[in-house]
Design a protein around this ligand. Structure first.
Ligand SMILES: [Zn+2]
Length: 569
């Protein structure tokens, strides 16, 4: 007994047998029932979704002589002739091989005569987009004024290649890829009717590979059935279809996105040792990453993905663990790598190189992300402190200034204004090329030269402190700034812990040096020093994760840490 391929054996003969396409089916059935069938129809959609199948059912329906009430009856002479392929009034033309004007003229000649047996002469032109321009022009004349006894049905996978003049004269049916569940149910029914037992995960694999196309799925089923036997296991299906276990793609994605090259290479090795074709493996991984991307980007990904609920859960779990940027970067690498793989005699090495690039790209923080994080840390416009800085000690204004300054350094576009004077960490990060460091470096304040300016600076903030300062003689010794007073009474105010602490802050902010302020009365050995909190602040700033990240991204180093000035009432 000769084997009839499933696509022919299970070709739907009635509207109700069509898998999916419920919208188109309903419209066509109504048209037949009301006897208002258009004279030109166009079915578009990817291969294997039922374009010519629907056209053939329609050809039978319009000519059916049966009394069933829901044509085609598949019993009457007309139906039987069409099913058999022997109906003289049905012309099926392959547009790809009959694309010239001569073929269309021949057809027009034939259409002048009335149908010999049926009510309508039906013309089905498959792959109609292949027709030449002249052929389309000739066809246009006919469908502009179609003979009452002629019905045209066109099918195409590439509707954009069809002239608008033709499109505008056709009733159009855009056939969709068949939904996963619907397709799987159809394949399950066929397997059952063939007496072959296939498990749920096996059917899922076949359905996934079918990608919404009934015909593609049936040809995969053909291959699976050709194994023989009344039971087909998952491993058999994988082997016969050259499929990779989805779990392998899941493992590989996790490895790549976690920058674990070793784990990634192991997964590839296992799959290749198992006999998987590398280019198909790549295509599967690309599809997997596309699904991850959709899951990460879309609230309701199920509508955009032809996957089972189980696979969707895995995709959601992985995609939620990584950033959209990382997933997109992986997808981009795989997409570009496809071209490379096509022509190389060393596909495995190309694939491994691709994985290396993907793992290296994973986890690198983009400039946009850094800017976003910096923004998130900056205090608001109204002067409120932003989220607490790790030390909790740095005043809001200095955070804001640091953020602004860091952004100027990181931002690809040059700042349009000189940094404001309050810029505190102006040289916190030095990019690797020293000659490219912006020349905004302040020569710094000198205690002796700028002492009067410092007193004014303090006076603007704490007038009482400045009054005391005016009575002191400053002496710098290493990192100590000794304030010498002639009389004990002159420095009483400064000796108070809180006041000395504030003065120390002002001093460090103004001179941008780690100066320790020491108060001493000439002739006395007692000295008063503020406890140095600001040094802790600086250390904390150096160790801050944001600074560390910036250093890593820019490959820089910390040259100096500056703080302040603080705003005090
Ligand atoms: Zn019939």
């Amino acid at each position: 007994m000769s084997y009839l391929v499933l696509a022919r054996k299970y070709r739907p003969q009635t509207f109700s047998e069509v898998v999916g396409q419920t919208g188109a089916v309903r419209i066509l059935q109504n048209a037949v029932a009301r006897d208002r069938v258009p004279h030109a129809m166009l079915f578009s959609g990817v291969r294997g979704v039922g374009k010519t199948t629907l056209a053939r059912i329609m050809a039978k329906a319009v000519n059916c002589e049966g009394e069933t009430g829901s044509p085609p009856c598949n019993q009457c002479d007309s139906c039987v002739d069409i099913t058999r392929g022997s109906a003289v009034d049905l012309k099926e033309i392959d547009g790809a091989s009959n694309r010239g004007i001569q073929e269309i003229r021949g057809l027009q000649e034939d259409l002048r005569f009335m149908p010999s047996r049926c009510r309508y002469k039906v013309v089905i032109i498959d792959e109609v987009h292949m027709l030449t321009d002249q052929a389309f022009n000739a066809l246009l004349k006919t469908i502009e004024e179609p003979p009452a006894h002629v019905i045209f049905m066109f099918a195409t996978t590439e509707v954009h290649k069809i002239p608008v003049t033709i499109l505008s004269r056709c009733q159009r049916f855009e056939l969709k890829r068949v939904a996963f569940a619907e397709l799987m149910a159809a394949f399950a029914a066929i397997a059952a009717s063939e007496g072959v037992e296939i498990g749920r995960s096996g059917l899922e694999m076949i359905t996934r590979e079918a990608g919404g196309s009934v015909r593609d799925g049936l040809s995969l089923l053909d291959q699976v059935f050709s194994l023989g036997g009344d039971k087909v296991g998952d491993d058999d299906i994988r082997e016969v279809l050259g499929l990779v276990n989805q779990a392998a793609f899941a493992d590989l994605s996790r490895a790549v996105l976690s920058a674990d090259l070793s784990a990634a290479l192991k997964v590839v090795d296992q799959c290749i040792s198992g006999g998987v074709d590398i280019r198909r493996f790549h295509a599967g991984l690309l599809e997997f990453f596309r699904s991850l991307l959709v899951c990460r980007a879309v609230d309701d990904p199920a509508a955009l993905l032809a996957v089972s609920d189980r696979d969707l859960a895995v995709l959601k779990e992985i995609s939620s663990a990584y950033s959209l940027e990382d997933i997109a970067a992986g997808f981009d690498f795989l997409l570009k790598g496809g071209e490379e793989l096509k022509f190389t005699p060393q596909p495995r090495m190309v694939l491994e190189m691709l994985l290396l690039r993907m793992t290296r790209a994973a986890g690198v923080v983009g400039i946009d992300e850094i800017l976003r994080r910096l923004d998130a840390m900056a205090p608001g416009e109204d002067g409120d402190d932003g989220p607490a800085y790790p030390t909790g000690a740095v005043a809001g204004v200095s955070q804001a200034a640091m953020v602004a300054e860091a952004k100027k350094k990181i931002s690809p576009s040059p700042p349009d204004a000189e940094p404001e004077r309050i810029a505190p960490v102006s040289e916190a990060v030095s990019p690797p090329e020293p000659d490219k460091v912006p020349a905004a470096v302040d020569p710094g304040k000198d205690v002796r030269r700028d002492w009067n300016e410092f007193i004014s600076y303090v006076a603007e903030r704490r007038i009482r402190l400045s009054t005391s300062l005016k009575l002191a003689t400053p002496v710098v010794d290493g990192d100590g700034l000794e304030l010498r007073f002639d009389e004990r009474g002159d420095c009483k105010f400064l000796e108070e812990k809180e006041n000395l602490h504030i003065l120390t802050e002002f001093t460090q902010d103004f001179f941008q040096q780690d100066l320790r302020v020491i108060v001493r009365v000439i002739g006395e050995s007692k000295e008063t020093v503020a406890d140095d909190q600001t040094q802790h602040e600086r250390q904390n700033l150096r160790n801050d994760p944001l600074v560390a990240m910036t250093l890593e991204v820019l490959d820089g180093r910390i040259a100096d840490v500056r703080t302040g000035p603080r705003s005090r009432a």
